[in-house]
Design a protein around this ligand. Structure first.
Ligand code: HSE
Length: 302
């Protein structure tokens, strides 16, 4: 018996300033993954779109590993596995491309085998593959997520964004692996910086829940990771300042970077994107801008 499923998965921005490894938001940029399980033995994987040349098309592929994880979990053996991925999310930029590949593989394999696993179980599998839940949670659930691990199990609190929130992303033309961006972080931080981040992260969630967009300029401030990552992103402080100067509600690194993201009202988003790209250019970095909304659905079968 043959079963084919196509899943569309949103890109995601994690951290949102102070919510390191915790807060995530799904964005309206999407990767599609089509999975076919069949009796005809063999494995093929084809990738088109963003980063197609750099993505492995063998068993090391993270989407394939996600498909395998579901098949193992539900006890299904499929002699034939065919995966086709079409990517729009820029690769290794801090917009959740690996989370999208993982979630695409998991959701497709789950649907192709009868939908035995719930979203919470997919979150556990996704977090095990990705290493942290902050991107995979919004990719699964959509909206804004606050993720945490309790007794070794990842869980997430999901809520909808305040209505007019727009996400403007400056995408530089170089990649940065999450691993490299984590290597520059210190083992310990000053107590005062930890307290600063507790205040900002709590404020971020409260401001987003209450639609207090005026507080985002404080609520997106961070001292746990951004100051250490600045050396990996030429012009970071100037690009964030350019966003603010052109009407951004607040701005931060997207995930582990190098994308920088501004939260904005719709009417200011084009000017903010242009200012961020121009500020990158002053530091010799070519960049493009994306003007996105929050995706409220998460991964869906199409
Ligand atoms: N939160 C991670 C980090 C990246 O900043 O290293 C996204 O999972």
């Amino acid at each position: 018996m043959e079963s084919t499923v196509t899943v569309r998965v949103p890109g995601t921005t994690a951290n949102c300033g102070p919510g390191f490894d915790t807060v995530g938001i799904a964005c309206t940029i999407y990767n599609d993954l089509t999975l076919t399980l069949s009796e005809k033995p063999g494995f093929t994987l084809a990738v088109t779109g963003e980063g197609a040349d750099g993505i492995p098309n063998n068993e090391r592929n993270i989407a394939y590993q996600a498909v395998s994880a579901v098949l193992n979990k539900v006890g299904v053996t499929s002699p034939g596995i065919t995966i086709a991925m079409h990517n729009n999310i820029p690769l290794a930029r801090g917009l959740g491309s690996s989370a999208a590949a993982i979630v695409g593989g998991l959701v497709a394999a789950n649907a192709a085998t009868g939908g035995k696993l719930g979203k919470d179980e997919l979150l556990v599998l996704a977090t095990a593959l990705e290493g942290h839940p902050d991107n995979v949670a919004p990719a699964i659930f959509g909206g804004i997520t606050v993720s945490f691990t309790a007794g070794g199990t990842p869980e997430t609190l999901r809520f909808n964004p305040p209505d007019p929130l727009r996400l403007v992303v400056a995408v530089p033309d170089f990649g940065l692996s999450t691993k490299a961006a984590r290597q520059v972080l210190p083992k310990t931080v000053p107590y005062a910086d930890a307290v600063f981040n507790v205040s900002r992260a709590a404020l971020l969630v409260g401001a987003l829940c209450q639609g207090r967009l005026d507080l985002l300029r404080f609520a997106l401030e961070d001292r746990l990771h951004q100051p250490y990552r600045a050396k990996l992103i030429p012009g970071m402080d100037e690009v964030l300042a350019a966003a603010q100067a052109n009407g951004a509600l607040g701005a931060a690194i997207s995930g582990a970077g190098p994308c920088l993201i501004a939260f904005a009202h719709r009417e200011t988003s084009a000017a903010i994107g242009g200012a961020m790209v121009a500020a990158f250019a002053r530091h010799g970095v070519k960049a493009a801008s994306l003007d996105l909304d929050v995706d409220n659905h998460g991964a869906k079968i199409i």
